[in-house]
Design a protein around this ligand. Structure first.
Ligand SMILES: *Cc1c(COP(=O)(O)O)cnc(C)c1O
Length: 488
């Protein structure tokens, strides 16, 4: 008896709206003060560095501690120990500092829990996803009839699109028959594409032979003139092309594949054209930079991560299909080849994706559109892409830094390269510079390897990062580099 009463008291407290009001007000105040400090570049370690094992031990001890009376101090610690994405000196991964406004519908999403799956689970959410996808299709200039939905991340989005491509191509009931029948299927994709495309091929059971890697040029763009030769090889081997994937842009260097030329090639041989626009597809909203994605409107399917260049929290990925039925067929669990237009309902998104329950993903973008329209996205793209150009200029004119390649997007790779140091030493020098840089916490940057050379990598994702920030970054890296050189 007694334990049941205790539980009920606890449950009552746990669901108390007045407590929530108090805690919520405190949290919003805390976050607003935090955002003020972070966006103004106040002194704070960008990534408060701890070894992973230490981090684990510290939180383990916390979890074993006595119960808390209130969550405020916990919120404070959580903020303090996390990576400070909104700080202008955070110039590392493709993680956007979300527009604070977009976190508020996420709060509603968390409270209401109207995730989609089927219409009745989230009536508004399902509709908004669709409207946001229509908006996107319209921006891109896709043909009438294009539609889409939202999914949990670009990786899952690419897999979802490729499953639809396979279903459209084979027309067989692979879910019943498995993948043994038929020809070896091959995805043609640039050697610089995101690893999730290769992973999708493996998940789909295509094996090692399931990928034909198209070579890239000196700017890491797909050499589209190689497509014909590779295609002939695939044909000669008795294999069949499942899809051609264009990257807009690549993850490591922000290089845009020539989408128009890939689309021509796909037209010629009637192949499925998929665009992985996870990062750079958003350039479509910019008058200045939309030329980079010319040809994207000809895709059979494409994805764009709104949580990258569209300023909303993760995960929020749009996936569009020129022929919407293809995506239903891929997920239909009975006799997919029989499905006809009367049997699907656009409003039950679970019939088109891996997920059953989802967040209310579309609401965030919808909210921004209602308050700011398209312009705010354009300003963001222009600011970050322009700044990458200026940063490249700065690097080109410096004596001791070397730019890997001219940026097309807001991703920039470079290295510290003082005179008279050998290649091998340069690699380890840059590895150590980066490690010191993140440990001392003044800036956060990442790294990548291009053709065996180790580069420092920055993604300019923050409206508060300015050219002066990047000048300070170089000065800081130079100082670290010079310090390390003394110990070589
Ligand atoms: C980030 C990225 C992905 C993966 O997207 P997630 O949302 O992290 O799953 C896929 N492709 C490209 C080109 C990317 O930049």
């Amino acid at each position: 008896m007694q334990s049941s009463t205790t539980t009920q008291t606890l449950l009552k407290q746990a669901y108390d709206p007045e407590l929530f009001r108090q805690q919520g007000h405190q949290l919003i105040d805390l976050l607003s003060d935090y955002l003020n400090a972070a966006t103004q570049g106040e002194q704070m370690p960008i990534l408060p560095w701890k070894q992973p094992d230490q981090q684990l031990e510290d939180w383990k001890a916390d979890l074993a501690g006595p119960l808390l009376d209130q969550p405020f101090e916990f919120f404070q610690t959580l903020l303090k120990d996390s990576t400070h994405i909104h700080h202008p000196n955070c110039i590392g991964h493709q993680v956007v500092p979300p527009m604070p406004l977009s976190a508020l519908p996420d709060l509603i999403s968390a409270v209401m829990n109207n995730g989609t799956g089927i219409y009745e689970m989230g009536p508004v959410s399902n509709v908004m996803e669709r409207l946001v996808c229509f908006w996107l299709a319209d921006q891109i200039g896709m043909p009438a009839g294009t539609d889409g939905f939202m999914t949990s991340g670009g990786s899952l989005g690419n897999l979802t699109a490729l499953l639809a491509a396979r279903q459209a191509l084979t027309g067989r009931d692979i879910w019943k028959e498995g993948t043994k029948e038929g020809k070896q299927l091959v995805i043609m994709v640039s050697e610089e594409a995101h690893y999730c495309v290769a992973r999708s091929a493996k998940i789909m059971g295509l094996g090692e032979a399931g990928l034909a890697l198209v070579p890239t040029d000196h700017e890491n763009r797909m050499k589209s003139e190689e497509l014909e030769r590779l295609y002939a090889d695939i044909q000669a081997a008795g294999q069949q092309v499942l899809a051609v994937v264009g990257s807009a842009c690549t993850t490591s260097t922000g290089s845009y594949d020539p989408l128009e030329e890939i689309a021509d090639f796909c037209d010629k041989y009637e192949l499925w054209f998929h665009v992985d626009g996870a990062h750079g597809g958003a350039a479509i909203v910019s008058q200045k930079y939309k030329h980079l994605v010319a040809g994207m409107e000809r895709a059979d399917s494409l994805i764009i991560d709104f949580h990258k260049m569209m300023m909303v929290p993760a995960l929020t990925t749009a996936i569009l299909f020129k022929e919407p039925l293809t995506s239903f067929r891929a997920f239909s669990q009975q006799a997919s080849y029989l499905l006809d237009e009367d049997e699907y309902h656009w409003y039950d998104s679970a019939s088109r994706t891996m997920e059953c329950t989802k967040n209310m993903m579309g609401v965030k973008l919808y909210m921004i559109l209602r308050l700011y329209g398209n312009k705010v996205f354009e300003q963001f793209i222009d600011h970050t892409y322009d700044l990458a150009q200026s940063f490249a200029q700065l690097l080109k004119t410096s004596d001791d830094f070397e730019l890997a390649l001219s940026p097309q997007a807001n991703i920039l790779c470079f290295r510290y390269h003082p005179q008279g140091i050998e290649q091998e030493q340069l690699n380890s020098l840059n590895v150590r510079i980066r490690q010191q840089c993140i440990e001392d916490g003044e800036f956060y940057i990442v790294q990548t390897k291009i053709a065996g050379i180790h580069y420092l990598r920055t993604t300019i994702m923050n409206p508060f990062t300015e050219l002066s920030t990047l000048e300070a970054l170089l000065a800081h890296l130079r100082k670290l580099g010079q310090g390390l050189l003394h110990h070589l």
